[in-house]
Design a protein around this ligand. Structure first.
Ligand SMILES: [Zn+2]
Length: 303
């Protein structure tokens, strides 16, 4: 089978190969909400401080390429708090089958890394002896990369599924099977489109290429995300997820729940366990399925 797991090296087009083991520690634990300033001033100890912007970027990529990235946080996986568990649907299915066959939890320390997260790592590159790829060029921006624990143990279960090893990088696997599409260009394009939507008088080239202008704009973007969010046009389905959903849509939901008399202590725009509980109670009161998932039915009832 052409897409079977093997140790055969494939050509990597990365300009910089990052040591995955060193980088995942930045994705281990998350604060409650994003840093409230600009990306350039964001503390660099943990990439989850740009969660708000990261959420917008991932959503925008899916507007460019529908279903390019789906979350696998509903599988039996253990995730770092700032790791975005997103891969193409076919890659998720392959993971699901492997996890079911082996019957144990898959530990994923790093997966999709957003342009904003890579910017933080890149801004800190001089304090670090390890190489850091420019935003948009890391293989973790392809949407096809995972860093997992016990890679050797998972190998037999991923055999023939399209997942391949990256030699000399012990935790890293890449999806190269059906439906694999390298999203590095779209990763940059998504940011450029969002920037332009929010800065109609300071537009930049939306060419999907990394350059000084894009770098400067990303550094001058709010870590919590832009005022005009991609879900303003096409509502996002809200739920308790990893990393926690954050944004203007979550804040609006919380405010409405509070007005309706549900216990939301702070409308902080972060969909945590308190919001999940309030949504479930609301759904139960309205005779809806109390699954905590805010789709169009629940939205209609709350609005
Ligand atoms: Zn990796």
């Amino acid at each position: 089978m052409s897409d079977s797991i093997s140790n055969i090296s494939y050509q990597s087009d990365d300009s910089v190969i990052e040591p995955c083991l060193e980088i995942h520690e930045f994705e281990e634990s998350a604060p409650r909400a994003s840093f409230s300033g600009l990306v350039k001033n964001a503390p660099r100890a943990n990439t989850s401080v740009v969660n708000g912007l990261s959420q917008q970027l991932i959503y925008q990529i899916n507007l460019i390429v529908p279903d390019a990235l789906v979350s696998f946080d509903d599988l039996d996986v253990k995730l770092g708090d700032a790791a975005y568990p997103f891969v193409p649907p076919a890659a998720k299915l392959a993971l699901q089958e492997a996890i079911e066959r082996r019957g144990i939890t898959l530990v994923v320390n790093s997966a999709y890394r957003t342009l904003a997260q890579q910017m933080l790592l890149y801004n800190g590159r001089f304090q670090n002896s390890n190489p850091v790829a420019a935003p948009g060029t890391s293989n973790h921006q392809s949407g096809l990369a995972l860093d997992i624990e016990d890679r050797a143990g998972w190998l037999p279960f991923l055999q023939g599924s399209g997942w391949q090893l990256l030699p000399n990088d012990p935790p890293h696997i890449d999806y190269r099977g059906t439906g694999a599409r390298d999203l590095r260009k779209e990763t940059i394009l998504a940011f450029q489109q969002l920037w332009n939507k929010n800065h109609p008088n300071e537009k930049i080239d939306d060419d999907g290429r990394w350059g000084p202008e894009t770098e400067s704009c990303l550094n001058h973007s709010p870590a919590m995300g832009f005022d005009i969010a991609p879900w303003d046009d096409k509502p996002r389905i809200l739920r308790l997820s990893k990393p926690l959903m954050e944004g203007s849509d979550v804040r609006k939901l919380q405010e409405k729940l509070r007005v309706a008399g549900f216990a939301i202590s702070v409308a902080d725009g972060v969909f945590g366990s308190g919001t999940d509980k309030a949504v479930k109670e609301f759904q139960q009161n309205k005779g809806l399925v109390a699954d905590g998932i805010v789709g169009s039915k629940t939205f209609e009832q709350i609005a």
